[in-house]
Design a protein around this ligand. Structure first.
Ligand code: UD1
Length: 417
């Protein structure tokens, strides 16, 4: 298993390009199941989660063709197997995103339940309830969701909580339904908007994406389209945090601060100087960071996917901060590893009190989930001496060529096999 060896203590400096957003690309790959005409995508990130999703839809009969360095053409004319087997779903929860499109296009689907994951139980009851409201017959048997519907019918759906993939699944199911679907309490995440833009390019009728009420008027069929995947706001935020924590000065290109208000605000509170252009962000760290408290919540509030990285920043900031996690019940696993590097963190239920320390010291640590891994990388870049991060397959799920990008910014990072 690959490990990441980091020699800490070098401020990041220079320019790096941000990749396409994993969390936009995953539902958009599933959107290809909705039409028998090709979907041409660009700015697709090279990530393990993307390869997993491509394998999953390929075994359903979708033809996948590479198109240049970061492009793909997906042709689901031959879609003939509306099945997502456990072996493929278990490694990636987002596989549940095939359920809505398969049901809408094939009238049936058999999708393995994703099960729990390291950061919490994460059920899919809202996805199932929404599809039932649209007339699907669903039963769960031997770990599989069996769903059937001759043609889904438009419905008014109010989700119990804001769910990102739930909103995306229901939106994809509704585009081919008979009549109008209204999703209330919908997720407002930019990735939901990117998916809606792609569906509209394919001929769907959607309004309100980006607000908490999305209206979808079903159409008979969708056609082919071309769509560029939006930049990854979490990758962007992670590099900004790495630069802030190391006292660096970096410029990120092929990205935008447009979806990062809450993160940029916290970095400003921490004392960073930030300049934004249309497709770039520059950050200059202060001599000493100030601790910043935060609370995670659905977009546009502070993203749970940036919580671990900010914990790493607070570990070396001036003062104490309280981090409150409200989305997932078990998302502080990075704290114990950060403590191994010398951090001062006290956890009480979903609150973490982080008191800044003058320095962290390198050690061997273990990555436990995707964003936890990112926080360990940031801490390793700051720590004196050598940090060895084990189980970095989590990192490869969501960060494209991370050691290469960090090296370009002057970090001393090496992948060891
Ligand atoms: C998505 C993101 C993930 C991010 C998360 C929250 C993708 C592929 N992943 O995950 O990176 O951390 O949003 O921003 O886009 N819930 C239920 N029942 C459901 C659905 C959700 O109880 O049917 C709960 C979850 O357990 C969680 C909360 O709702 O506590 C929010 O989860 P959700 O927004 O669905 O997360 P994902 O879409 O899985």
């Amino acid at each position: 298993m690959d490990k990441l060896l980091i020699q800490g203590g070098t401020p990041l400096a220079g320019e790096v390009a941000i990749s396409g957003a994993k969390n936009a690309a995953l539902p958009i790959l599933c959107a290809s199941l909705l039409s028998s005409e090709p979907l041409q995508l660009s700015n697709v990130p090279h990530l393990n989660d993307i390869s997993t999703m491509l394998r999953l839809i390929a075994q359903m009969g979708v033809e996948v063709t590479l198109d240049g360095a970061d492009g793909l053409v997906l042709d689901s004319r031959g879609l003939n197997n509306p099945l997502a087997p456990y072996d493929m779903v278990k490694t990636m929860r987002a596989s549940i995103l095939v359920l809505g499109p398969l049901l809408a296009r094939c009238g049936e689907a058999k999708v393995s339940l994703p099960g729990g994951c390291a950061i919490g139980a994460r059920p899919v009851d809202q996805h199932i309830r929404g599809l039932q409201a649209m007339g699907a017959e669903i039963h769960v048997e031997q770990g599989y969701v069996h769903a059937k519907a001759k043609r889904l019918k438009g419905a008014r759906i109010v989700t119990d909580m804001v769910t990102v993939t739930g909103t995306e699944n229901l939106m994809m199911a509704a585009v081919l339904a008979d009549g109008e679907t209204i999703i209330e309490n919908a997720a407002r995440e930019p990735e939901v908007v990117d998916l809606a833009n792609c569906l509209v390019a394919m001929g769907a009728q959607i309004s309100g994406a980006g607000t908490d009420v999305i209206r979808i008027r079903g159409v008979e069929r969708l056609h082919g389209a071309a769509h560029p995947i939006m930049p990854d706001r979490i990758e962007t935020g992670t590099y900004l945090c790495a630069a802030a924590a190391t006292g660096g000065n970096i410029r990120l290109v092929k990205t935008s601060a447009a979806y990062l208000d809450s993160v940029v605000d916290k970095l400003l509170d921490a004392g960073c100087e930030i300049a934004t252009e249309r497709d770039a962000i520059t950050l200059k760290a202060p001599r000493k960071l100030k601790a910043v408290s935060l609370r995670t919540a659905p977009y546009p509030a502070f993203p749970t996917d940036m919580q671990a990285q900010f914990m790493a920043i607070n570990c070396v900031a001036d003062g104490a901060a309280v981090i409150r996690e409200t989305i997932f019940e078990n998302r502080f696993m990075h704290a114990v590893e950060l403590i191994r590097l010398g951090a001062d963190i006290k956890i009480d239920a979903n609150n973490a009190v982080v008191t800044g320390v003058p320095r962290l010291d390198g050690a061997t640590v273990m990555a436990t989930d995707l964003r936890a891994s990112a926080s360990l990388v940031i801490a390793g870049l700051v720590a004196q001496g050598e940090t060895l991060i084990e189980r970095i397959y989590h990192l490869d799920r969501g960060y494209e060529r991370i050691e290469e990008k960090l090296s370009r910014l002057g970090a001393r990072v090496k992948r060891v096999h």
